[in-house]
Ligand binder design. Structure first.
Ligand code: ADP
Ligand code: MG
Length: 263
């Protein structure tokens, strides 16, 4: 199990030791509308280096939009978002570099269907970071090993199970050596028996000190791995707290209502 992973090993180690606890992702008064829908309302959120923040909330509350805004897949109307002290660039090469710093794993695996598993992982480092192919391959194989799919490296995504594909998606994001990893419901599209193999990889990353923002309905993961739970409803951060406090004694009626429906 992931209990064997030490605190300072693996791909997250470099970031874990760089000023743990200092702010890494900072959102200030972030607003976003889709037409008349105010989907993000004055969101303030600071994620510290090495912190694991689990975002939960009802469907439609703005969780995916929040993730996409952090990665600038979705422009915001007002407010600011910084990653490691830098504003998000609008476009161009600077944006590609920033996206490399923010790894993202989606509900749908989003692998390149016409590329092998190995190519899926090496492509970004070669194209965006200018890593030499031989080196990219070596790093990719180590990451695939780490997520338990190294023996599938020559196959194509459709030949893998959903759980394997999602672990490849994690390896692909890690290959860019991100400062923070965003996960948007990474296990929601998986068959139940594959959920844990993905959550185990995520739990070991968390234990290594990777900074993570995780949207999930897996409350067991939240209790086990989160430093903080952020509860969103209708475009607002309604409540945030340590998992034991949040699950044990939610303060807001909206959080109580949400949690009661999960049981
Ligand atoms: P969650 O991930 O919490 O389910 P989302 O961030 O996906 O919520 O969506 C928040 C709200 O914004 C929903 O009402 C959704 O229908 C709406 N929405 C999301 N994306 C778009 C879009 N591209 N255009 C219009 N409305 C959108
Ligand atoms: Mg969503």
């Amino acid at each position: 199990t992931d209990e064997t992973v030490g605190p300072a090993s693996g791909p997250a180690a470099a970031y874990a030791t760089a000023a743990p606890g200092s702010p890494l992702v900072v959102l200030e008064r972030v607003n976003k509308h889709f037409g008349s829908l105010h989907v993000l309302q004055d969101i303030d959120l600071t994620v510290a280096r090495g912190e694991v923040v689990v975002v939960i909330g009802p469907s439609g509350s703005g969780k995916s939009t929040l993730c996409r805004a952090i990665n600038r897949l979705e422009p915001i109307d007002s407010g600011s978002i910084t990653v490691d002290g830098k504003e998000l660039p609008e476009e161009g090469k600077a944006l590609a570099q920033l996206r490399a710093e923010v790894g993202m794993v989606f509900q749908q695996f989003n692998l390149f269907a016409h590329k092998s598993i190995l190519e899926n992982v090496t492509l970004g480092p070669i194209k965006v970071k200018g890593v030499r192919p031989a080196e990219a391959k070596e790093q990719a194989m180590a990451l695939l090993e780490r997520v338990g799919v190294a023996n599938q490296a020559e196959k194509y995504p459709a030949q893998l199970s959903g759980g394997q594909q999602q672990r490849v998606a994690i390896a692909r994001a890690l290959a860019m050596q991100p400062k923070v990893m965003l996960f948007d419901e990474p296990t929601s599209a998986l068959d139940p028996e594959m959920i844990n193999e993905v959550l185990d990889v995520m739990t070991s990353l968390a234990r290594e000190g990777m900074t993570m923002i995780v949207v999930t309905h897996e409350m067991g993961f939240a209790r086990r791995a989160a430093n903080r739970v952020v509860f969103m409803d209708a475009g607002q951060v309604v409540e945030e707290n340590a998992p034991e406090e949040f699950f044990g004694a939610p303060r807001s009626d909206r959080a109580k209502d949400f949690l009661s429906k999960l049981l």
